[in-house]
Design a protein around this ligand. Structure first.
Ligand SMILES: [Fe+2]
Ligand SMILES: [Fe+2]
Length: 442
């Protein structure tokens, strides 16, 4: 038997680690809450363990150090992957400081176990992929159909939960009482399903449980989750709560980083998506302008950060978010549905905002027109003369964000960047706003 030993005390993180490592790499995982308990297990079963993943520090225990010392003392040949903030510890196989960067964790585990990308792609996966039933307690609906297996005749599968239909915990508890331990999904749905459950679990983590870097990763996932939920279930209590939480994080990140370069560095080092990055930087720029413009006040601050948060909310991928003209859209290698989504994203996002309770006055209109067309369909290079002052701030900020992200690693030649921006918007109403960006600190 070959097992991975996971030493982690946060039940939610433990839960999505197990699900992801099992799905991506086919690992069997045994969890322990502390190094102390993990070492007890190794004392009798070390031969069964082929990999250890351990949180650097658990409560006051130096967990990773203890595991490394033990493995060394016993001369065991078990690679150790350390997760969580802190310095790299000599003797570890790899260190993943941001424990929500699952991709890096999975890559490190694969490397430690000599599992290649080819192994992963040629691995035989059963048509109906088993998921431990407890995972269904953290979701209210599944992104794909869910099946149960006949207890007497294990070859038979029955549809239990339809795609995106609501179910509650009591349904799952009843199945557990029936003796069901696993539910099944079509193997082609598994990565999507796991990604969704992971996002739901990450979303349950409190900011007090996370390092600032982890909070960025959690927010990135959470916004992706919101976008998907808006498209499937629309504006309701659940999506409003999620939106509020994420808007707050964006504002906090913008305000707690006095220097823009510092914020960019954090976004880059945590490999956030372009979608997330551009919304976060945009919020920063918008708030900066409002702070320095003569008519700026708290109400306008709320309004502009609301608009920045929602303007592209229906977009799903980075490639979609980078499109800024009809020509680029025409040339893009998108499916018909994807092209339609990008073409109509301003209109669709505005539609959600108009249904959002107490949304700031006029926010929907600015979102609808953020690519220059009145109805929010397609892209136009020209903005009409009757654009509102807040809309001008937003349009300038979005273009400046694009210019910044083009050279995200610096150097940030501010005069050059502002020149580029002024060329885009030659009229004086825009130029006045652009002038405020002269005092932005990188
Ligand atoms: Fe955008
Ligand atoms: Fe947009």
């Amino acid at each position: 038997m070959s097992l991975t030993l996971l030493v982690e005390n946060n039940p939610r993180i433990e839960s999505f680690y197990m699900l992801n490592l099992a799905t991506w790499l086919g690992l069997d995982i045994l969890g322990k809450k502390k190094a102390e308990f993990a070492i007890k297990l190794l004392e009798s079963n070390a031969a069964d363990i082929n990999l250890i993943i351990v949180r650097a520090v658990i409560e006051k225990e130096e967990s990773a150090q203890l595991m490394i010392d033990y493995v060394k003392k016993k001369a065991l040949k078990i690679p150790i992957v350390v997760i969580g903030p802190g310095k790299e510890i000599p003797g570890s196989f790899a260190h993943v400081p941001n424990s929500l960067q699952l991709k890096i964790l999975i890559q490190s585990a694969a490397k430690a176990l000599n599992i290649t990308a080819k192994d992963m792609s040629t691995k035989v996966v059963p048509d109906y992929f088993p998921i431990p039933i407890n995972y269904f307690k953290v979701i209210k609906r599944s992104v794909c159909p869910v099946y149960s297996q006949d207890i007497d005749n294990s070859k038979q599968y029955h549809l239990r939960i339809e795609k995106l239909s609501n179910f509650d915990e009591s349904t799952i508890n009843a199945l557990i009482e029936e003796g069901v331990t696993h539910l099944f999904i079509n193997k082609l749905d598994r990565l999507d399903f796991v990604n969704n459950v992971t996002a739901e679990l990450m979303n349950l983590l409190e900011s007090s449980e996370l390092s600032p870097d982890e909070e960025i990763s959690a927010a990135d996932k959470s916004v992706e989750l919101l976008s998907r939920k808006l498209l499937t279930i629309g504006v309701n209590e659940e999506t409003i709560k999620l939106a509020k939480k994420n808007m707050e994080v964006m504002r906090r990140n913008a305000k707690s980083n006095p220097k823009l370069a510092k914020l960019l560095e954090r976004l880059l080092s945590n490999k956030t998506s372009y979608l997330f990055k551009h919304t976060q930087v945009l919020t920063y720029i918008c708030l900066h302008i409002i702070k320095h413009i003569d008519w700026g006040n708290a109400e306008q601050e709320d309004k502009i950060s609301f608009i920045a948060f929602f303007h592209d909310i229906v977009l799903e991928t980075d490639e979609q978010a980078m499109i800024k003209s009809n020509l680029e859209l025409k040339k893009a290698n998108f499916s018909v549905a994807e092209k339609q989504l990008v073409e109509r994203h301003a209109q669709m996002s505005a539609e959600f905002v108009s249904k959002y309770p107490h949304s700031p006055m006029g926010a929907d209109q600015i979102i609808r027109q953020h690519h220059g067309t009145l109805n929010g369909i397609g892209f136009s290079e020209h903005y009409g003369n009757n654009v509102s002052p807040v809309a001008i701030v937003f349009i300038v900020a979005e273009e400046f964000t694009r210019i910044i992200l083009k050279r995200e690693n610096g150097p940030f030649d501010r005069p050059e960047m502002l020149r580029e921006l002024k060329e885009e918007f030659p009229t004086s109403r825009f130029q006045k706003v652009i002038d405020i960006l002269k005092n932005i600190t990188f």
